[in-house]
Ligand binder design. Structure first.
Ligand code: ATP
Ligand code: ZN
Length: 294
């Protein structure tokens, strides 16, 4: 009986570097051998498979991989829209791979809103998600499935609109297209099969998710330290979003001032620093956190 966990990540593409980096920062050492699509972690009961992102949902659904790091958009397209949403659970977002599946039309054409798409042709690599969207919106349009470079479809005259993934929207603009609606907002997630795991695999999964959560949370969080008037502690707590219980310590030489130390779960912007200073804080330090382990 193989009690190792099997995780699928994208072989090469937008998600692959960040997925590998996350594992490395979770203390999992992977030695990639050229040409091999699977890799045994040296110090953790985990095997990592390098596959196309399109295939990850199906591997998770059939249990051939217990876990996957994949865009939520792909899980929706391959599983949810095919009535297979019960085959997996999303364990956590991974804070990368943010993008949106957007409807876009030629900038200089007559189409301006999703309503205008009735009876028109929409080119996409996400036919199931587009079909579901059209049903929800009670629209009828023809879906033209294209594997890639969807933006070219209107120029080629094979579609009136497109539905594709965008992050900044730059590619759409350079192809003379404008977005008219967001069909789905996505980011990379850690997903798990609904097939049962062995007790050993479950233990490994707990260890892995705790470590990944620690890395992902630490990436966003900052450790903040400052000195402040003792009577401003409550005001200062209110200025830092999501701040948990801070440590407040007396200062040796200034009796009416204290040192405040705390983990801020969200990034600290300059505006927040300015407000802290206005509330009487001084010597404000914001430092990165490497790991969080609760
Ligand atoms: P593969 O060869 O693995 O099938 P691909 O070319 O289909 O690769 P990529 O373009 O690398 O896939 O995109 C993989 C995932 O990255 C997408 O499914 C999506 O979740 C995410 N992503 C993030 N930003 C974008 C973007 N601007 N455009 C496309 N995908 C994006
Ligand atoms: Zn793909």
């Amino acid at each position: 009986m193989n009690d190792r966990l099997r995780l699928a990540i994208q072989k090469s593409g937008r998600l692959s570097d960040r997925s590998k980096d996350l594992l490395e920062r979770a203390g999992i050492t992977l030695e990639w051998r050229s040409g091999r699509l699977d890799c045994r972690a040296l110090d953790f009961p985990l095997d990592v498979m390098l596959v196309r992102d399109d295939d990850i949902p199906e591997y998770i659904a059939d249990g051939s991989c217990h876990l996957g790091m994949v865009g939520a958009n792909m899980l929706v397209e391959r599983l949810d829209c095919r009535g297979k949403q019960g085959r997996y659970t999303t364990l956590r977002p991974l804070e990368f791979g943010r993008c949106r599946l957007s409807l876009a039309v030629p900038k200089d054409g007559p189409l301006r809103s999703p309503r205008d798409l009735n009876g028109k042709r929409i080119a996409t690599s996400y036919p199931n998600t587009v079909k579901r969207y059209l049903q929800e919106q009670q629209l009828e349009a023809e879906i033209i499935e294209i594997a890639g470079s969807v933006e070219i479809a209107p120029t080629l005259g094979i579609a009136d609109a497109i539905c594709d993934l965008v992050s900044t929207g730059g590619t759409l603009v350079s192809n003379g297209l404008i977005e008219i609606a967001t069909v789905y907002s996505s980011e990379a997630v850690l997903a798990k099969t609904s097939k049962p795991l062995t007790p050993e695999q479950s233990v490994t999964l707990d260890r892995l998710t705790t470590r990944l959560a620690g890395v992902v949370r630490a990436e966003k969080a900052k450790y903040i330290m400052m000195n402040a008037p003792a009577d401003a502690v409550e005001v200062i707590r209110g200025l830092i979003p999501g701040l948990e219980e801070p440590t407040v310590m007396p200062l040796h030489s200034q009796r009416n001032r204290v040192a405040i130390h705390a983990v801020a779960p969200e990034p600290i912007f300059w505006e927040t620093m300015e407000r802290l200073k206005a509330a009487g804080a001084s010597s404000i330090l914001v430092v990165p956190i490497e790991k969080i382990f609760d």
